[in-house]
Ligand binder design. Sequence first.
Ligand SMILES: C[S@@+](CC[C@H](N)C(=O)[O-])C[C@H]1O[C@@H](n2cnc3c(N)ncnc32)[C@H](O)[C@@H]1O
Length: 212
Amino acid sequence: MCNLCERVLSSVGRSVVTIACGASPFRTMRERMIPAAAGDVLEIGIGSGHNLDLYDRDRIRTLVGIDPDTKMLAMAGRRACDLGRNVRLMEASAEELPVETQSVDTVVASYVLCTIPDTDKALTEIRRVLRPRGRLIFLEHAAAQGKILPHVQRRMNAGWRLLAGGCNLVRDPLSKITNSGFGLDCLTERNFTGSMRFLGRHIAGIAVSDTQ
Ligand SMILES: C[S@@+](CC[C@H](N)C(=O)[O-])C[C@H]1O[C@@H](n2cnc3c(N)ncnc32)[C@H](O)[C@@H]1O
């Protein structure tokens, strides 16, 4: 693909995910889950910072956000400034976290396991940086169940990935999490409805590393 096409697609992708991730089903799930973050918190793939206003200031000691996309980080930085929110933003990938081993109480992963190229490596890294009994708060969309929708998702996936910054419709993040040495503390699961039905299941929960 030519350089210009790549730049245009990246820019479209940023706009698509920033607008989509601000939609009300996402917001409702964020309002439910993000205030549970506590202590030293690391948000992976922070994007434009949709969670920043929802962290409970009284429960957070430090807040770090990483993302490999510097333009997304710049948006998160502006949002943090507007909110008067103290957050350290770093350009990094979840597969290689620039964070000390066992230094984090809560990792937040919202709508990001769909996009990270190597989720197994990212989950290994998340376990590495979490302190004993540290928690992973996750919010994700996941492959649909049933007969027709999974088929629709498979047909749409290649085009959607191009348009939406690499977001993958057919992943099963919950299995990835539970197969990576995490036990589930709580789980909410529902289907997206209306025009967002193609996103499949909407899952959110708290996972604890079960070897710690
Ligand atoms: C759909 S957006 C979600 C953004 C944000 N977490 C939210 O809740 O609105 C996915 C984000 O994952 C980021 N991303 C892509 N590859 C990544 C990786 N390897 N590690 C961490 N984040 C990544 C993208 O740059 C983008 O900001």
